[in-house]
Design a protein around this ligand. Structure first.
Ligand code: AMP
Ligand code: TRP
Length: 324
C-alpha cells in the first residue's frame, strides 16, 4: 500500500479551510493509503504558546481528526513530540538545508512580519522539521492545502540531496493538493486565505463555532458587486462561498448556481448558512461525545506505531552517514 503523511498544528481551533483544504482529503485517502496523521506540537511552539492551552489544543485536534472521520483502525494518529526522531532527523537535515532556500519560504516571511518580537530559530527552521515529519515515513503523497506546497517542494529537494550524497534513503514525496478547496479565502477578505491567526474572527468559521455564530459570520461575509449567484475570476468572494457550499453539500458549483438563478445574495447566504450549520452540528455532536481517556489511548497507540517506523528510518540514516 502506498503511504500518505500529513499534519496540523495544535494552535487555536481548526477552521473550515483546514477541513476543506486538508482533512477532508485525508478522510478520502485512508481507504487506499497507509495514512499517518500527526499533531505537530513542536511546530506550534515556534509561536509562543500558553502551556495549559497547548495541552488542551493537542487533545482537541485529536478529537477533531476523529470527529471529522479519521478512523484510528485505518489511520495512525499521533503526536509529533512523542516521536523523538522528528527532532533528530530535523537536525540531520539542517546540515544539508541551505540558508538561502529557507530565506525564500513565504510562510517564514509572513510569520516573521506578524511576530517581529519573536523571530526565533525554530520559526526559521520550521520547514526543515516539516521535511523530517514527512521523510521519516517514506510517503508517496503529502495531502495539504496550497499554502504548504513550497514546504513540500523543499522536502523533495532535501530528500534528493540526501539520496545523492549518501545513497537512496528517502522516498521523494509528491504534494497532493486538490483543485477545489486548496485555498479557502477569508470571509471578510477574499484576497487572503482563511486563517486561524486572522485579526478578525469574522475571517473564519471555526469548527467549534456555535451554529448561531457561524450563521452570523456567513451573513456578514463580503460579496462581489452584482446580484447574480455565479463563480468566476472577477467574483472572488462568491467563488469562495460557492466552493464552501459545494464541498460541504456534495453538489457541484454549477448546480448550486442553477438553484439560485433569479434569487439574491440573501437567499444564497441563508442556504449556505444552513449547509454550514448542519455540518457543524453533526461534527460537534461527534466531537463532544469523545471521551478524553479513549482519545489519549488512541494517541498512545498511534505514537507507538509511528515510533517503530521512525526508529528504523533513523537507524538507516545514521548508518548511511557514518554515525555510530
Ligand atoms: P495549519 O493550520 O497551518 O497547521 O494548516 C493545516 C492544514 O490546513 C495544511 O494542510 C494547510 O495547507 C491547510 N490550510 C490552512 N489554511 C487553509 C485555507 N485557508 N484553505 C485551504 N487549506 C488550508
Ligand atoms: N506546516 C504545516 C502547516 O503549517 C503542518 C505540517 C507540519 C505538516 N508537518 C507536516 C503538513 C508534515 C504535512 C506534512 O500547515
Amino acid at each position: 500500500m502506498k503511504r500518505a503523511v500529513s499534519g496540523v498544528q495544535p494552535t487555536n481551533n481548526l477552521h473550515l479551510g483546514n477541513y476543506l483544504g486538508a482533512i477532508k482529503n485525508w478522510v478520502e485517502l485512508q481507504d487506499s493509503y497507509d495514512s499517518l496523521y500527526c499533531i505537530v506540537d513542536l511546530h506550534a511552539i515556534t509561536i509562543k504558546q500558553d502551556p495549559k492551552v497547548l495541552r488542551q489544543n493537542v487533545l482537541n485536534v485529536a478529537k477533531t481528526y476523529l470527529a471529522l472521520g479519521i478512523n484510528p483502525d485505518k489511520s495512525t494518529i499521533f503526536v509529533q513530540s512523542h516521536v523523538p526522531q522528528h527532532a533528530e532527523l530535523a537536525w540531520v537535515l539542517n546540515t544539508i538545508a541551505k540558508l538561502g532556500e529557507l530565506e525564500r519560504m513565504t510562510q517564514f516571511k509572513d510569520k516573521a512580519t506578524q511576530h517581529k518580537e519573536n523571530i526565533n530559530m525554530g520559526l526559521f527552521d520550521y520547514p526543515v522539521l516539516m521535511s523530517a515529519d514527512i521523510l521519516l515515513y517514506d510517503p508517496e503523497v503529502v495531502p495539504v492545502g496550497e499554502d504548504q506546497k513550497q514546504h513540500v517542494e523543499l522536502t523533495r529537494d532535501l530528500a534528493e540531496r540526501f539520496n545523492s550524497s549518501y545513497g537512496k534513503t528517502f522516498v521523494v514525496p509528491e504534494p497532493l493538493i486538490k483543485k477545489e478547496g486548496a485555498r479557502i479565502m477569508g470571509l471578510d477578505d477574499p484576497s487572503k486565505k482563511m486563517s486561524k491567526s486572522a485579526s478578525s474572527a469574522n475571517n473564519y468559521v471555526s469548527l467549534l463555532d456555535s451554529p448561531d455564530i457561524a450563521a452570523k459570520k456567513i451573513s456578514k461575509a463580503v460579496t462581489d458587486s452584482g446580484s447574480t449567484i455565479e463563480s468566476g475570476k472577477d467574483k472572488p468572494a462568491l467563488t469562495n462561498l460557492l466552493t464552501i457550499y459545494s464541498l460541504l453539500s456534495g453538489q457541484s458549483i454549477k448546480n448550486i448556481e442553477k438553484e439560485y438563478t433569479g434569487k439574491g445574495y440573501a437567499d444564497f447566504k441563508k442556504g449556505l448558512a444552513n449547509t454550514v450549520t448542519e455540518f457543524l452540528s453533526d461534527f460537534q455532536a461527534k466531537f463532544n461525545a469523545l471521551d478524553d481517556n479513549k482519545v489519549k489511548a488512541i494517541l498512545e497507540e498511534g505514537n507507538k506505531k509511528a515510533r517503530a517506523i521512525a526508529e528504523a528510518k533513523m537507524t538507516d540514516v545514521k548508518t548511511k552517514m557514518g554515525l555510530l
